[in-house]
Ligand binder design. Structure first.
Ligand code: ARG
Length: 598
């Protein structure tokens, strides 16, 4: 409907200019134009669109807004292109103009989507290289639920941007550099030296435990601290033995992370913090040359403008510690510079999106400001932090296992699939169906993983979210199983003899309000995708798919489809097919594959 809205906006504007040439002239003189204030109708009974542009003109024109609306509507009605698209407009309330598309136009829009693989979602006119920085767990640490959120949300945003035609680079900014390796290598040299020379000598679980011990020693033992620091310097200086050990540790973690990505069918290109190591000194030197650096208590930092701490003093972004080491912020500055720099020495990005927990908001705000002041973000470039809230248990506290440990992602995904399997087996018994093992495994895996993804995506990401297997696996409500079931229901219609594959009848005819409601819902897809692209909120797409499923179920429960006579039958089957295609497309953008049966 976006294209129609655009056309309508032009027609409204022209009508307003014809009705009030003096006001139009005045606006133009001020470098503006009249504003039709076009929006989707707030309720179906108001039609498809609503234009409120008459109201703000009342004062300057000294006329009642209804009279202004009437004058605009007269001009609109005289425009043959408008009359071809819309029913005669209605004026409501103080002077709102309600606009309803002609039924044959709506039907024609549906018809056009039946033959269009993109379902009316246009490709962008201006392709702009985008980087989505997401997932980004840390080596030698367990990937936790926060990383899972980042992985799921980042993947979905990348899918939407890719679908719109942007070249997207999905970067996994893994934490693979820094002090943690100094501690870990020093500790392992003493307790498990084999881990530093042979692959697979320890598994990630052990590595995480070693890391914890190393951290403990680092905090308690000064001599250990010193050796660890020396070890980091050796590593960062390219010492071959340290590098070898580091490489082995990274491989170990990488395999574990990859197993999760494979299960979730998520593509990522690893480019960890270590990649930017050669650029760190240059970043600091350039900040210095630009006159942005201040030495504060031995540390080199940039003081932020407009951001102050509790004491009212401006806050610094530290880019080099007093011991000469670089940190997380230095790496992110080097990364920003590299990402916007043109190829071959950079990525040539136009937009960089960071998907992390909301706790890193200050870090990114600081880094963005410094990068901007340093001139590393070009004028056309945009950097966006896409924050998300915490994952909580059902008790509203941090998600923990019953034993009080942090939840391992592998276990969490296993449990979702196991529960989905148990639900399915129960249903099969109830429905007296028998299915083979391959079917059960396939459905359980798809539903389990879809439920985990959808539960996360369907929440407004900015709020904390309560993790509940029961809720996410429910067949009712705004859940993955409910949406998957709607697709399955439509596949069932095809199996019962409805030919969904044909292009639909030459002319679609609709008579029932449930049909029109479904038509209107189906035509919202392009607007919803545009919104997600703009606001980076996948939950908008989830809400839409949920509403579409509900409207479809109402239609299918109340209007005969297979038993209807042509042309109603084929028109209704066409709606079924477009609904299935829309749901599949939408679920695909959320990273959820559909099922034919479940
Ligand atoms: N490794 C970080 C963490 O676990 C996330 C990195 C996000 N990306 C970035 N460019 N800083 O919190």
């Amino acid at each position: 409907m976006l294209r129609i809205a655009q056309t309508l906006n032009g027609q409204l504007l022209a009508a307003m200019e014809r009705a009030f040439p003096a006001a139009a002239e005045q606006a133009r003189a001020a470098g503006q134009c009249l504003d039709p204030q076009l929006a989707p109708a707030s309720k179906p009974e108001f039609g498809d669109f609503q234009a409120n542009g008459a109201l703000p003109l009342a004062k300057p024109l000294g006329q009642p807004p209804r009279a202004i609306a009437t004058a605009i509507v007269e001009q609109l009605a005289a425009d043959p292109a408008f009359a071809e698209l819309f029913e005669p407009p209605q004026i409501a309330g103080p002077g709102f103009i309600n606009l309803t598309l002609r039924p044959e136009r709506l039907a024609a829009e549906v018809q056009a989507r039946l033959g269009d693989g993109r379902l009316g979602v246009p490709e962008v006119e201006q392709r702009a290289p985008v980087i989505v920085d997401f997932s980004s767990p840390n080596i030698a640490k367990e990937m936790h639920v926060g990383h899972l959120r980042s992985t799921i949300i980042g993947d979905s945003l990348a899918r939407v941007l890719e679908f719109r035609g942007h070249p997207v680079r999905r970067l996994n900014h893994v934490g693979d550099w820094g002090t943690q390796f100094g501690m870990l290598i020093t500790h392992l040299k003493q307790v498990a030296p084999e881990a530093l020379i042979t692959a697979d000598a320890v598994d990630l679980g052990d590595l995480v435990a070693f890391y914890r011990q190393a951290k403990q020693r680092f905090d308690d033992d000064e001599a250990f601290q010193t050796t660890s620091r020396e070890e980091v310097v050796k590593l960062q200086g390219g010492d071959p033995v340290s590098l070898k050990a580091w490489g082995l540790l990274c491989d170990q973690s990488r395999r574990e992370f990859q197993a999760i990505y494979d299960r979730l069918d998520i593509a990522l290109c690893e480019r960890g913090e270590s990649f930017y190591n050669p650029y760190l000194a240059g970043v600091v030197a350039d900040l210095d040359a630009l006159g942005l650096l201040v030495v504060d208590d031995g540390a080199r930092c940039v003081f932020l403008e407009g951001v102050s701490g509790k004491d009212g003093k401006p806050l610094p972004v530290i880019v080099q510690k007093s011991d000469g080491g670089f940190n997380y912020a230095t790496t992110d500055l080097a990364a920003i510079r590299y990402r916007f720099a043109p190829a071959p020495g950079g990525d040539g990005a136009h937009r960089v999106i960071y998907v992390t927990d909301a706790g890193q908001a200050n870090h990114f705000a600081g880094v963005f400001q410094v990068a901007r002041r340093a001139g590393w973000i070009p004028p056309y470039g945009s950097v966006e932090h896409v924050p998300f809230g915490l994952v909580q248990g059902e008790d509203g506290k941090k998600l923990k296992t019953r034993a009080g440990d942090t939840v391992r992602l592998r276990d969490l995904l296993d449990e979702a699939v196991e529960r989905a399997e148990a639900d399915l087996r129960r249903r099969l018994v109830e429905e007296e169906r028998s299915e083979d093992e391959a079917f059960i495994q396939h459905v359980a895996t798809t539903v389990g993983l879809a439920a985990v993804k959808y539960a996360d995506l369907s929440q407004n990401r900015t709020t904390n979210y309560q993790f509940s297997f029961d809720r996410m696996l429910a067949l009712q409500g705004n859940t993955a199983p409910y949406l998957l079931y709607a697709v399955v229901r439509i596949a069932g219609i095809a199996r019962k003899g409805g030919d969904l594959q044909s292009g639909g009848p030459a002319a679609l005819t609709f008579t029932e309000p449930q049909e029109w409601a479904l038509v209107r819902e189906l035509l919202k897809l392009d607007g919803v995708i545009a919104e997600v692209e703009e606001e980076l909120l996948p939950n908008r797409l989830c809400t839409y798919l949920f509403e579409l499923s509900q409207v479809f179920n109402r239609f299918y429960d109340q209007v005969p489809v297979l038993k209807a006579e042509d042309p109603a039958r084929s028109s209704r089957l066409a709606l079924c097919r477009l609904t299935a295609d829309t749901l599949k497309l939408g679920l695909g953008l959320l990273g959820i594959p559909p099922l034919e049966r479940m």
